[in-house]
Design a protein around this ligand. Structure first.
Ligand SMILES: NC(=O)c1ccc[n+]([C@@H]2O[C@H](COP(=O)([O-])OP(=O)(O)OC[C@H]3O[C@@H](n4cnc5c(N)ncnc54)[C@H](OP(=O)(O)O)[C@@H]3O)[C@@H](O)[C@H]2O)c1
Length: 186
């Protein structure tokens, strides 16, 4: 069965590898990240593997950007089956030396945008009575580390540490949807 898969953070690392893996099995892809040039590169890689691809340059920290991406996915492919969220940034430095705007961008990207994705995806999945949301956690959601205060703050605020959006949820029909988190060290 082919699926429509949205990947936020599709141009690098885990998101790009996920895009290539889903493309290899013939899924329809909606790819998002900020850099249009790198996004176009990944889009062509995935098309070459045979996948229908919509690539949308998106900054997930911007108001309604995640909602706009979901609307674009629905317009292009008529539904969303899986949403993989890997968009993240890191900043290294002593807490008092990291500029406020940099700290805030890390928390905005790694925590608030993950919440925005979960909100939009789960509303869609509940309405459709099916869907899989994959958020990427980190060992830094369980242990702290020096010089990573923004990242650690964001990951401690994210699933599975704080329980949102619920690992499993029940759709109105009683069918269970899936909500998963993944961290490379688990
Ligand atoms: N790699 C690891 O060892 C590791 C370990 C533990 C947990 N994780 C977690 O796994 C996830 C992915 O990590 P990774 O290493 O694969 O990351 P990565 O290689 O740095 O890729 C991050 C992706 O997010 C995108 N991005 C960043 N800010 C964005 C924004 N505001 N809007 C939209 N896209 C944005 C980047 O593209 P643009 O810059 O073009 O926007 C890029 O595609 C993260 O949540 C990370 O915390 C990774």
């Amino acid at each position: 069965m082919t699926r429509t898969v949205v990947i936020t953070g599709a141009t690098s690392g885990i998101g790009r590898a996920a895009a290539q893996a889903f493309a290899g099995r013939g899924d329809r892809l909606v790819l998002a990240a900020r850099s249009p040039a790198t996004l176009a590169e990944v889009r062509e890689e995935c098309r070459a593997a045979g996948a229908p691809v919509l690539a949308e340059a998106t900054d997930v920290t911007m108001p309604d950007a995640v909602g706009g991406l979901a609307r674009a996915a629905l317009a292009a492919f008529g539904g969303i089956d899986v949403w993989v969220h890997t968009a993240a940034v890191m900043a290294y430095g002593r807490f008092d030396e990291v500029p406020e705007r940099v700290f805030e961008q890390v928390v905005r990207t790694d925590l608030l945008a993950a919440a925005a994705v979960a909100r939009v995806a789960l509303r869609h999945f509940r309405a459709a009575s099916a869907g899989t949301l994959i958020l990427t956690g980190s060992v830094h959601g369980h242990i702290t580390a020096p010089y990573l205060s923004g990242y650690v703050a964001a990951k401690w605020g994210s699933p599975p540490r704080n329980g949102w959006p619920g690992r499993w949820w029940t759709a109105p029909t009683g069918r269970a949807g899936r909500c998963r988190w993944a961290g490379s060290t688990w």
